[in-house]
Design a binder for this molecule. Sequence first.
Ligand SMILES: Nc1ncnc2c1ncn2[C@@H]1O[C@H](COP(=O)(O)OP(=O)(O)OP(=O)(O)O)[C@@H](O)[C@H]1O
Length: 605
Amino acid sequence: MTTHPALDDEQQRLDRSYAVLGDDAPDRPLIFGRVDDAGGSRYVGRLEVRDDSGDPVVIAWHSPEAGAFYQACATDPAGVTLKRVVTVSGRQVIAVHDEIAGGAPADVSPGRDNRPVVGKVVVAALEQFRTGTIAEATATLRPEQYRIVREAGDGVLVVRGGPGTGKTITALHRAAWLAAHDDGVRSAGLLLVVPTPALRSYIGDALPCLGVDALTADIASLYGGPARRRGRDTKAEAARVKGSAVMAMVLRRLVESAGDPGTPEDLLRQLYGDPSLLERLADDLLKVGQRDVLYREPAASADDEPWTVDDLVLLDELSHLLGHAPPRYGHAVVDEAQNLSPMQARAIARRCRNVTLVGDLECSTGPGKHDSWSELTSYFASEAREATLSLGYRVPRPVVELSRRQLPDGGTLDLAQSLRDGLGTPLVRRVDPGDAVAVAISAGEAAAGTGFKVGVVVAPARYDEVLRYCCSAGIKAGDGRDGDLAQPVTLLPADQVSGLEFDAVALVEPAEIGDDTELGRRLLYVAMTRCTQSLAVFHSAPLPAGMEHLEGPAPSREPEVEHRPRPARTEDLVDLFKLLRDDDRMLVEVMIRRLLRDSLERDED
Ligand SMILES: Nc1ncnc2c1ncn2[C@@H]1O[C@H](COP(=O)(O)OP(=O)(O)OP(=O)(O)O)[C@@H](O)[C@H]1O
């Protein structure tokens, strides 16, 4: 039963829209917003609903009439007198939040410390626990995101922005927008490309929920031949060479020199397994060391080959050279595009002329870093335009501050633009040698007990050991490399975390991830910027550059506090706190910080 007059009004409209659709009504709420301006009052939802006389009851979010809902904001109402987000559960309106009422800012976040002012409903959306799949944001898209969503689909558009600035959210809505409005996409379809199975799983069914029927592929699954990804290059140099643009020429020569070429798999097996063939074909293109890293003894059959992502991309190029045209699409949206190798970019360019490349060069965790976007866009046929997002929706300010130390110039992520405080300063725990994994996972399980989704991130070289440890200790943690993000705790190697998001991230031995190289520092930066609430670091080795100031004392094996009298007064709580095991202490810290933050917010209200 609703009581607030606004709830009653909106409930009536919702009931009417259900009555119009009858049995055809979808399970998901039909209305999420309302906008009033000189043109009258309009209700916004995912689908258009018209009554028997053809009058709109609800307008679709991507219709031109919904533009005012997205273009207006508290700091620039642009003629809108009411911008309201309507929250519906089942078929019941349960809340309304007005970012603009009477043409002025209404239910907005406090603008203290020069923070960006946004509707409180955006902040509330960010405070929800993460679920393992990307949260919905159609009701709260911001004007700067909406502008990019609606950009024309022709040619190449680069959407850049620091970690957590809403690039993926914008990319998904852009895909949906193009599916509704772009003739090329309507006739030839849309391709969404992501770098890893983990990100594919995180994006889940976001596009179908936006009403889009698109192919979502990770890079490895673009190739349509029989080979499947079964291995990974342990040497970064091997992946770098396989992804480099000269391989296009090497493969062309390979096809031209083969009498009876056979399949792409046959050809690539020959190339990898015969150093003299590689020397003949690539003497002038690859140095001896680069040719050496490609060598691999052929497996018993093509099916047994440990094909890597970059091998599959080379097979795709060979397939094209052998005359097999890949499917064509009207538009491709590529997330985390900074990680595309030149050969991967060619594979996408073969499939469509019009692309949206979404990413952040500072987050490159692929084997090769592009120095500029133009280096990457040169693989596509058209001129590129660029758009930038800068409002930080994910990373809490203290984590932004710490993570920026990993980048030469502090990176593009702007502290002042971050919407979140999270749970405060990152926690740093020094543990006994060899204990970091166990302590991190047990702390992760404790935080998961409060409802958090937790990502435990380790150096790629340590990942298999961590999986074995969990298996032998009977710990139920998801294998993030395979895209299992459904468990409360997910394990991930640092080179597979791009694009993902957790409430809490536990970093294990950051010096092993950072490893003092430029790539290592970027891996660390990306791993740190995956959390929405808290970051915890577990280490026994010295902390890497950029974190060394957090170095604490070595752990003491003797908890002397055990011999103290039982604490009874408030100040003694600190002692009691010290008695807790590491993971319990984290749990209590998380809860205290949450209580403090909630009470601060109440005071502000
Ligand atoms: N307008 C919005 N309203 C509510 N939530 C939003 C909005 N835009 C982004 N978010 C949320 O902010 C978080 C970060 O968004 P997203 O993953 O799109 O960022 P990103 O720039 O792609 O990050 P990264 O590249 O670091 O992975 C997500 O939880 C997303 O749901």
